[in-house]
Design a protein around this ligand. Structure first.
Ligand code: TTP
Length: 410
């Protein structure tokens, strides 16, 4: 089935990680987020893929090229982010208007069996069951179980099933893409769904597993999901193609790509992916779930746990990084420590668009933009974000978010 994947969003809530790249290109295990979405779509039955791109579009284009696993890939440009219906409209001229079509958010992870079930039904919408649906779009159904629409952020949710941003539209929906602006000023795909529900019996397909990656800690969750599946994506439990010292201890699923080096005395407890060009040790301790990105350096006596180290990051000796995301080419001075737990044990909070939001995680560290530099013996408080290119003085303790420093963290 022809499939449109929405990847034009900038992902402002992911700042500063999206200062230089679109959210769908953030790393999740061995590939960008949107490549997981695309591969799941191909496995589920996509016959053509149209990626809607906008912000930093060239990043997406150059990663994919013209085909993937034999499935043609095309690109459509949405010049301005005016909403999800507008994004699909940007792709419309490249679709066969006599055929039904699938639309997927390019910043979500889908499991293949659930997505396959969705692809087998037309029209249909994917949903996911959550305990607290009030902050999402919630599916409404009629007595026969067919979907009648989506209500945004309802005080009294009609069900626990939230809209998973995955739709199979009938061919007729090509005619309904020109929707009016919604109350929040966007052209919304849920209005196209509403028009579809008026004319068709729309099935809700409940997904077994699904993750919307909108906020920084969800990038950690995405990596936890995909790193835990590493073993099944390798020919054997662990795949060691790099150069690993004889006395290094690797347990659980550890993948060391060709061109990566693990030096003497290193302990790695998987799931961990060590990408090409990375160097770990000597005597470092890396715990799951960690992505050690391409060309990164994890120095002597460093501990890293449950973190994403993007390409080119350097963690100098004697440092600790826990439950954190470090942007490209971040450089830690010796002895830099990240706090990842509050004294009261409450979930760590983080500033997002001017508000302090709970991450829901008891253990959560820091989110650092590309090229952040820390001085020796600096300390970074749990939940802190540092802007792209930011610097921390030697011995300094950073208690406040430095992108929006209106609240103390912790
Ligand atoms: P959102 O998560 O609502 O938007 P975003 O990705 O820009 O993130 P943020 O709110 O943090 O700025 O978007 C849902 C999906 O739709 C996502 O895959 C991006 C895509 N999208 C477009 O392609 N074009 C658009 O105009 C909009 C609003 C979203």
């Amino acid at each position: 089935m022809q499939t449109v994947i929405l990847a034009a969003g900038r992902g402002t809530r992911m700042a500063p990680l999206t200062d230089r790249r679109p959210k769908p290109m953030l790393p999740v295990a061995e590939k960008p987020l949107v490549a997981h979405t695309t591969d799941a779509a191909i496995d589920a039955g996509a016959t053509t893929i149209t990626l809607v791109v906008g912000y930093e579009a060239d990043d997406v284009r150059s990663y994919f090229g013209a085909e993937r696993d034999g499935v043609p890939i095309e690109f459509a440009v949405q010049a301005e982010q005016r909403g999800t219906a507008d994004a699909v409209r940007a792709a419309a001229s490249q679709l066969d208007s006599d055929e039904s079509f699938v639309v997927l958010n390019g910043d979500a992870l889908y499991d293949v069996p659930s997505l396959t079930t969705l692809y087998e039904k037309t029209p249909a919408v994917g949903s996911y069951s959550v305990d607290n649906p009030s902050s999402y779009g919630v599916l409404e159904t009629d007595d026969d179980g067919f979907v009648t629409g989506v209500v945004e952020k309802p005080e009294y949710p009609p069900s626990n099933l939230i809209n998973a941003g995955a739709y199979v539209f009938p061919a007729a929906a090509h005619e309904w893409l020109d929707v009016a602006e919604s109350d929040r000023g966007e052209l919304e795909l849920t209005d196209v769904l509403a028009a579809t529900c008026e004319q068709y019996d729309v099935r809700g397909v409940a997904f077994d597993r699904w993750l919307d990656v909108g906020r920084p800690w969800e990038l950690l969750e995405a990596n936890e999901w995909k790193l835990s599946g590493l073993g099944s994506r390798c020919d054997r439990e662990s795949r060691i193609d790099g150069d690993v010292a004889e006395n290094a201890e690797l347990t659980d699923t550890v993948v060391v790509e060709e061109g990566a080096t693990v030096r003497a005395g290193v302990v790695i407890e998987g799931p961990v992916l060590v990408r090409s060009g990375a160097t770990i040790g000597p005597n470092a301790y890396v715990r799951g779930y960690t992505l050690v990105g391409e060309n990164t350096t994890v120095g002597h006596a460093v501990e890293v746990k449950n973190s994403v180290l993007m390409k080119g990051a350097t963690i100098g000796h004697l440092s600790y990084v826990g439950d954190s995301i470090l942007g490209r080419d971040v450089n830690f001075g010796a002895g830099t420590k990240v706090a990842n737990l509050r004294h009261d044990g409450e979930p760590v909070r983080q500033m997002l668009k001017g508000e302090l939001v709970s991450s829901g995680r008891r253990k959560y560290g820091v989110v650092l933009g590309d090229e952040v530099k820390t001085g020796i013996n600096s300390s970074l408080n749990a939940g802190v974000r540092l802007p792209t290119g930011g610097a921390v003085e030697p011995g300094e303790t950073v208690l406040y978010d430095r992108i929006d420093n209106t609240h103390e963290m912790g």
